[in-house]
Design a protein around this ligand. Sequence first.
Ligand code: UDP
Ligand code: MG
Length: 318
Amino acid sequence: MKKNEPILYLVIPCYNEEEMLNITTKELTKKMEQLIKKKLISNDSKVLYVNDGSKDKTWEKIEEAHKHNKIFGGVKLSRNKGHQNALLAGLMTAKKYADITISMDADLQDDINVIDKMLEEYKNGAEIVYGVRSSRKKDTFFKRFTAEGFYKFMKIMGVDIVFNHADCRLMSKTALEGLESFKEVNLFLRGIVPQIGYKTGIAYYERNERVAGESKYPLKEMLKFAWEGISSFSVKPLKMITNVGFIMSMLSFIVLIYALIVKLTGRAVSGWTFIICSIWLVSGIQMLSLGIIGEYIGKIYNETKHRPRYIVEKELID
Ligand code: UDP
Ligand code: MG
């Protein structure tokens, strides 16, 4: 049964966000008070900042916010572990106290009014609500192009993710328990969350500009992140080797016929036919063999992740 006034924890990873936190804290105080007043969430709800080993005064800012208003809490990681790990640390801490969590970035680029829509979806039965950017009008052309390219490329490479959904999402305690059963170390939450299952919902929002501080995801980081996602979720690159090997082996027969024609029409230098046929055939066999080894590596890779084989939602037994 879903509670009427659930305890909400807003989980916010922060890395070098001292400039941004003054603004974020002010905005979130207003928002949380408003939600509590409207009785949409319990007054035990909190904002949980996760300090991801920042090198500036981010943690001091968090302590300050906590001193002024107990609605703000903090988790301090021992060192910088990256956005995804910081987010997971926050979610797993929040899970102990909260009925639902909503994760958001510290820069409030995600419109905070999406919280209302997410709560609505949660009330309607969703255990996970994905925040999806309805437009990227305010992103630069370059950011939009690379960001949308990222989602399309991931799809092509066989990773099941929600288009234009980053890490702004609501998760209920049930969904968080599901998430906890994924033990992998190479964390790509956008890929894992759809694997959990349960009823899901979508809440659209406008993406705003960053008002202070700078983006921690320039192109280089984005490429790294995309590769992290593909290599942690898909064995498609390995399968591609098998396909190339197969195609090359097939082509080698065409080359064989071509080489024979050249030889029979007397245009070939002595020894050429043998060499050209060998190169194609042997390369094809090699590539195919690599692909076969790759298939086994793919299996090992899937086994080592120890992903849950299933998650039971309900049992109906008398
Ligand atoms: N972040 C983090 N650890 C890192 C890098 C980033 O916790 O190592 C946080 C950062 O403080 C922000 C969120 O991750 O709250 C998203 O980063 P950013 O806004 O820079 O990314 P962008 O919106 O530009 O893609
Ligand atoms: Mg941002």
